[in-house]
Design a binder for this molecule. Structure first.
Ligand code: SIN
Length: 487
């Protein structure tokens, strides 16, 4: 059978090695085994990809929206047809359980289907003219060549959430996938090619020299937009660099999601929401619950039940059928979890469950519950990105809202209550781009995903997602008065 990817760059519809022949290794985080040696692209390869995307742009943007939509529908169908192979690849390079990997591929594919549909609805507008002899219309046109820089925690979905709207809008793309997980994006490129998406429209440059390739993409005046998902710290640097060529930017950056449980909440629903929100992808998502705020009256019952349910989560390699929690992505990730936990325990936090590396291997961490956390502790202020639930006890609604908002981040927030008035009050008061009310998971292709404050700007998914890749053009058509009349 034709392989789903080659361990190379995909530029201008062809598989090629890095110009200087360098390669880097991808290892399975579950056991350290070698998965592939991939082309380690450098500045010349980034230039070649930008040139290919620029050359493909006029042809791609000139196609009808319906034509682009048809190719995207084919891409979507091929991804679904290959879901098992893609899930296996994703689990090997990233570690998440196979069922979660398949879920991610369905989630990722849903963006392609959604934006194939949205491509046909990229409407302009007419505006009442202040002049009798003139008319005003606006159209929306593709931004141009887009650079996408994507993270390792969703190696498929974070690529399609950017590529699908970009391609639907008529843009072409150069993608730099995360160093830990380039293989899934190469497989996506192969399937895009098989779907008939023309050479140069979707280019992938894997690299372990992120700064070299990233700088090239940001410095090029031919690249008109940067779309980034990753840390706030990196996002700031990219934005500063993109300023020189005044690129458009979408930034999906770090979060520090509060998960508030009020006394009147349905306990079982809150615990199930907490399990889903906290432990999805072993806690490695930017919308994972990072801080639990639990009201005095329900606190002890919530903690007891959360511990019971957390104890049931099976830790193991993603390929084992009953695994709920796979390995963390790399040594840096696990060391960060240990450091945040250690410093918080030194400051008085209590470990109620777990708290150490798991016997399964060096990148596995025990699902952990920590109580007596305070807002002064590192577990509270930093994004944990690991399977650690840190819990603070509060008394009043006002206190919970103030604590939840006291962060520079504003991506996702969650709360549980049975009181309708409180649902509106707290929902409106939380300074976050997304709020789950009595729900612990809110990601879907039909709703706008994105943050406030230092969690970034721009929206992915939904009808808003397409606008990120379209420029508005205002056209004034004058001289419409009959000849001889005064306008
Ligand atoms: C992310 O972690 O950046 C994305 C999570 C999601 O789409 O649910």
């Amino acid at each position: 059978m034709t392989p789903l990817y080659e361990p190379q760059a995909f530029i201008d519809g062809r598989w090629i090695d890095a110009a200087d022949g360098r390669r880097f290794a991808i290892n399975d985080p579950a056991d350290g085994s070698h998965v592939a040696d991939v082309a380690d692209c450098g500045a010349d390869d980034a230039d070649a990809a930008i040139a290919a995307a620029s050359a493909a742009l006029p042809g791609w943007r000139a196609r009808t929206a319906a034509d682009r939509a048809q190719l995207l529908h084919r891409w979507h169908a091929l991804i679904i047809d290959n879901i098992d192979a893609l899930a296996e690849l994703l689990t090997r390079e990233m570690g998440k359980p196979l069922a979660e990997a398949a879920g991610e591929i369905r989630y990722g594919a849903s963006f392609i289907q959604w934006f194939a549909e949205e491509a046909r609805r990229s409407y302009g507008e007419t505006i009442p003219s202040p002049w009798p002899s003139a008319r005003i219309v606006t159209t929306r046109q593709p931004v141009g060549v887009v650079a996408a820089i994507t993270p390792w925690n969703f190696p498929v979905a974070m690529v399609t959430r950017k590529a699908a709207p970009a391609l639907a809008a008529g843009c072409t793309m150069v993608l730099k996938p995360a160093e830990d997980t380039p293989l899934s994006s190469l497989a996506l490129a192969e399937l895009a090619h098989r779907a008939g998406i023309p050479a140069g429209v979707f280019n992938v440059v894997p690299t372990a020299r992120a700064a070299l390739v990233g700088d090239r993409l940001l410095d090029s005046a031919d690249v008109r937009k940067i779309s980034f998902t990753g840390s706030t710290e990196t996002g700031r640097k990219l934005l500063a660099r993109a300023a020189a060529t005044v690129k458009r930017a979408s930034m999906e950056l770090g979060g520090n999601a509060p998960f508030i449980v009020f006394d009147d909440a349905d306990l079982e629903a809150a615990v199930e929401g907490a399990i889903a929100s906290k432990y999805r992808n072993a806690g490695q998502t930017c919308v994972c619950a990072n801080r639990f705020l639990v009201q005095h009256g329900i606190h002890d019952r919530f903690v007891a039940r959360l511990i019971e349910r957390t104890r049931e989560l099976k830790v193991g390699p993603g390929t084992a059928p009953d695994t709920a929690i796979g390995p963390l992505i790399n040594q840096r990730a696990i060391e960060k979890v240990e450091a945040l936990l250690g410093a918080s325990v030194d400051a008085g936090a209590q470990i109620a469950l777990g708290g150490a590396r798991h016997v399964r291997g060096e990148l596995f961490f025990e699902p952990t519950v920590v109580t007596d956390v305070t807002a002064a502790m590192p577990l509270w202020s930093d994004e944990i990105f690991g399977p650690v639930a840190s819990i603070l006890r509060f008394d009043t609604e006002a206190e919970a809202v103030a604590l939840a908002n006291a962060t520079p981040f504003g991506l996702a927030a969650y709360f549980y209550t049975a009181d309708l008035g409180r649902a509106w009050r707290v929902g409106e008061a939380l300074e976050f781009g997304m709020v789950g009310i009595n729900e612990g998971m809110l990601s879907t292709e039909v709703a706008p995903f994105g943050g406030l404050k230092q969690s970034g700007y721009g929206r992915e998914g939904s009808s808003h997602g397409l606008n990120e890749y379209l420029d508005i053009k205002y056209m004034l058509m004058g001289g419409l008065a009959p000849k001889g009349d005064v306008a």
